[in-house]
Design a protein around this ligand. Structure first.
Ligand code: ZN
Length: 49
């Protein structure tokens, strides 16, 4: 057994327009500049870390 760091740790974002919670994979948060909520609002991914 090995203790590998979680790569697919999901990242929680919140749409600034409708305040909906959007969960995306960490891989997407690292590479993509924007995310989209289910209502179609596109917003910038803010790096909190
Ligand atoms: Zn939205």
């Amino acid at each position: 057994m090995s203790d590998e760091p979680k790569k697919d740790d999901p990242v929680e974002l919140r749409c600034p327009k409708c305040r909906e919670k959007v969960t995306i994979p960490r891989e997407q948060a690292d590479t993509a500049m924007h995310a989209r909520c289910s209502k179609g609002h596109e917003f910038e991914i803010a790096r909190a870390i």
